[in-house]
Design a protein around this ligand. Structure first.
Ligand SMILES: *Cc1c(COP(=O)(O)O)cnc(C)c1O
Length: 216
């Protein structure tokens, strides 16, 4: 299958309200241009350095999504153009994004990354930490919290993965009650688990391998 065919196959299978992020980490600019040629402009990267290298080589219509762990000292470089930061995992980081967004004259869209997986290594907030951040959000006028992001355990145990998505969905729905209508993105699901994530009401999936093939 070609990149083009993979993209169309996935897109045509998605419910209308689900946004696909093509995860372009490790991919060459020529491969990325194949999805852009199909009119697909939502792209995700997990490293600032790689994002900064690709950004000037691709059309300005691209909506860049930062999906990986973000260090505070790198915030300044992406704030002028980033479309959505999925990986806000500390109050310190949110403060820095707010500060730099103010300098850039922007309001930057952010998701809080919630730790739902069993693995120790994955970044993210627990529910209590996320609620504390949300309760302090009026202090940060240059960020807009648009929803939540989570990564399930990388496991063949479908029930485990589904339960992790369910717990994130429930937390998201509870928060939605007290947030305004800007709070409407639930970013969950990758190549191996996006179908299940959509069954659990994901609104945004981040897919690399299933579009571009295995990363080397
Ligand atoms: C790499 C990555 C993805 C996509 O992973 P695939 O399994 O290739 O679809 C999604 N989300 C994050 C945060 C990633 O780093």
């Amino acid at each position: 299958m070609s990149i083009k065919n993979n993209l169309h196959k996935i897109k045509s299978s998605l419910p209308g309200k689900v946004t696909l992020i093509a995860v372009t980490k490790t991919r060459a600019v020529d491969e990325i241009k194949e999805v852009i040629a199909e009119g697909h402009f939502d792209l995700g990267e997990n490293k600032v350095q790689e994002l900064l290298a690709k950004h000037p080589l691709l059309p300005t219509e691209v909506k860049w999504h930062m999906i990986g762990h973000l260090q505070t000292n790198k915030v300044k470089q992406i704030v002028p153009f980033i479309h959505l930061i999925h990986s806000v995992d500390s109050l310190k980081l949110l403060k820095e994004i707010n500060k730099e967004a103010g300098k850039a004259g922007r309001i930057v869209n952010c998701l809080l990354q919630i730790h739902i997986a069993k693995e120790e290594t994955k970044f993210g907030l627990d529910f209590k930490e996320a609620e504390e951040i949300i309760d302090s959000i009026t202090n940060f006028p240059n960020v807009k919290i648009c929803g939540l992001m989570g990564m399930a355990t990388n496991s063949d145990n479908e029930q485990l993965v589904r339960n992790e998505f369910k717990s994130l969905k429930a937390f998201f729905k509870g928060l939605k009650e007290k947030m305004n209508s800007d709070f409407n993105i639930l970013s969950m699901g990758m190549s191996g688990d996006y179908e299940m994530a959509i069954e659990e009401e994901s609104t945004m999936i981040r897919v690399g391998t299933a579009i571009f093939g295995e990363r080397s």
